[in-house]
Design a binder for this molecule. Structure first.
Ligand code: RRO
Length: 312
């Protein structure tokens, strides 16, 4: 049994990896991911210049998930680009994900020009779905804007690039976003980011649990699995086959990964639960997924990827 996967001709020896933002902001965090059984890592979404992010408390965890309003704290693009370039030199043949999340089109284009002009050969994950920077709406909910951004990006960018999307909740919206994404040479789409602007409250204190934005923040963890599966499935049914799907959201165990792959994911990312457990999670979930596959007689993820059954 193998958990290996392939996207755009790049092979990954395990389909599990971290989700951007969780335990991937520092070089120490990223080196732990390199030393783990994850098939790849993604770096914390970068802006052109280092950012401190929102005031604390800015994340809160519950048994069934998390709320965050981190506000894009990161070390700046140079830090992550230097890291991935060094790693690429150390480990030729491996592919990882460099996440960028400019708060303006200009910032995204300037970062992508820098990456285009560098020796980097890995994947870029363009984050169009950060819910937590006050005054900056999630680009992924403005379909015209998505088209404008991708038109400007693919005017010059020629390396493998995917987009991180927010969750959609209407089938017409799946049609509309897929129609736009299919017009571009995207390598992958990653669905979903956190469900933006949820509210968790402490009834005893009669108070919100995080400080930014009056307590509103992105929801992750077990709460979001049905929404994540719907988005992976909804996009898998609509995107052209050259665009791979990375499934993110609500993964706590091997069964959750199995379900994402049934919906069409080629690779899966783990955020909230990776935050709880650290890199050992990749060993645990690999064992759980392998056991599920073995019991069903599946030897590779292609045996069931996208093969979800429906009643009609
Ligand atoms: O840093 C954040 O507040 C953050 C980002 Br950029 C994102 O894309 N998703 C999220 O839940 N938090």
């Amino acid at each position: 049994t193998t958990l290996a996967t392939e996207i755009a001709g790049r092979t990954f020896d395990n389909c599990l990896m971290n989700a951007a933002g969780v335990r991937c902001q520092s070089i120490a965090d990223l080196n732990k991911l390199i030393d783990s059984t994850a098939g790849a890592y993604v770096t914390k979404s970068a802006t052109p210049v280092k950012r401190a992010g929102n005031p604390s408390p800015r994340m809160h965890t519950l048994p069934k998930g998390s709320i965050n309003s981190m506000g894009l704290p990161n070390e700046g693009l140079d830090y992550y680009l230097d890291f991935v370039l060094q790693d690429q030199a150390n480990r030729p043949g491996t592919t990882n994900f460099l996440s960028v999340a400019g708060t303006s089109l200009e910032d995204n284009l300037s970062m992508l020009h820098q990456i285009q002009d560098s020796a980097y050969t890995g994947f870029v994950e363009l984050n169009l779905s950060c819910p937590n920077v006050p005054g900056h709406p999630q680009v992924g909910y403005d379909f015209d804007r998505v088209k404008t951004v991708l038109t400007a990006v693919f005017d010059f960018y020629t390396k493998p690039l995917g987009v991180k999307l927010p969750p959609y909740f209407d089938l017409v919206h799946f049609d509309q976003i897929a129609d736009i994404l299919n017009q571009f040479p995207l390598t992958f789409v990653n669905s979903i980011n956190s469900i933006g602007n949820g509210l968790v409250i402490d009834p005893h204190a009669e108070k919100v649990v995080i400080k930014p934005k009056g307590g509103f923040g992105g929801i992750g963890g077990a709460f979001v699995k049905p929404t994540a599966l719907a988005n992976v499935r909804g996009l898998a049914l609509r995107l052209k086959p050259e665009i791979a799907i990375v499934g993110t959201g609500g993964i706590l165990n091997g069964q959750d990964v199995f379900e994402h792959i049934l919906c069409g994911a080629s690779m899966v990312q783990i955020g909230t639960q990776f935050g709880y457990e650290g890199t050992q999670i990749f060993d645990r979930i690999s064992q759980e997924l392998t056991a599920i596959m073995a019991a069903k007689g599946y030897t590779s993820i292609n045996d069931f990827k996208g093969k979800l059954k429906t009643f009609d």
